[in-house]
Design a protein around this ligand. Sequence first.
Ligand SMILES: [Zn+2]
Length: 65
Amino acid sequence: MDHSGIIPKARTHFIKVKCKACNNQQNIFSSASRIVNCNVCGAVLATPTANHAKIEGEIVKAVDQ
Ligand SMILES: [Zn+2]
């Protein structure tokens, strides 16, 4: 495992996702490397895949950084 710095050339996207369970909206990384849970109710909003996160909630908008 090499953790020697910033991931090269990984474009970082923030996505605003709405929780289907409680309608909470929060920003998450599109490239989340671990499960992202809703801050309010704990429902899963995104699960990691090889290349990018699979978004489980409703995408409100994507934001280029
Ligand atoms: Zn929720």
